[in-house]
Design a protein around this ligand. Structure first.
Ligand code: ZN
Length: 205
């Protein structure tokens, strides 16, 4: 059994070097991408959607030409363990999800997925072995059409300088950039404050 062009062992090495550890979700994700690719027609250009930001985007990036950075993977964080590969022009695609019904035959995987026991009471080696034994057996495939609104790349359009922060941003976002509209996660430290010091905040966007 292979995952994409890789033996299971080679895939796990890749996962370790890219993701930092051999997460169970990434092994399952490998089978998910592999199954979706087998169901897609050959020779089409496809984009991908991951319905969670956990693990699956990395499986897609390891096994397909789609990356977050090239814009061919979109994370729609519904929190569902599902992904879809689809024809980037027509929208016809294959959605694969981890199917709770099918986990009934795989108690160790079910325990892990539904967090039925604390992690330290689960055996990671047995879990990994069961995931590999199960392969695509715990997955369900749906043939879908992706809504036209989600097809194609949307360009940034014209770029301007934000009058609030002085940085470049797409003008279509508004009169100031999205960070200055309140989306920024930062409070800025004053110039004489170092990292690690307690910050007396003056909010500067
Ligand atoms: Zn700004």
């Amino acid at each position: 059994m292979n995952i994409g062009p890789y033996s299971i062992e080679d895939y796990m090495h890749l996962v370790k070097s890219f993701h930092g550890n051999i997460a169970p979700g990434l092994i399952i994700g490998g089978f998910m991408v592999d199954l979706a690719m087998k169901e897609l027609p050959n020779d089409i250009l496809f984009d991908a959607i991951s319905e969670t930001q956990t693990c699956l985007p990395d499986a897609i990036q390891l096994l397909t030409p789609c990356t977050i950075g090239n814009g061919w993977v979109k994370v729609m964080d519904f929190g569902r363990y599902a992904l879809c590969l689809f024809d980037k022009y027509q929208g016809d695609g294959v959605r694969v999800f981890l199917d709770p019904e099918k986990l009934e035959n795989w108690p160790e995987i079910k325990t892990w997925f539904f967090k039925l026991k604390p992690k330290k009471e689960q055996d990671p080696i047995i879990l990994r072995d069961r995931i590999i034994d199960a392969g695509p057996d715990i997955l369900t495939v749906q043939h879908v059409t992706v809504d036209k609104a989600f097809l194609g790349k949307k360009g940034k359009g014209a770029i301007g300088t934000c009058p609030s922060c002085g940085e470049a941003y797409p003008i279509k976002d508004g009169t100031v950039c999205l960070a200055c509209q309140g989306g920024s996660p930062y409070k800025r430290k004053l110039p004489n404050e170092k990292l690690g010091t307690k910050t007396t905040f003056k909010v500067i966007q």
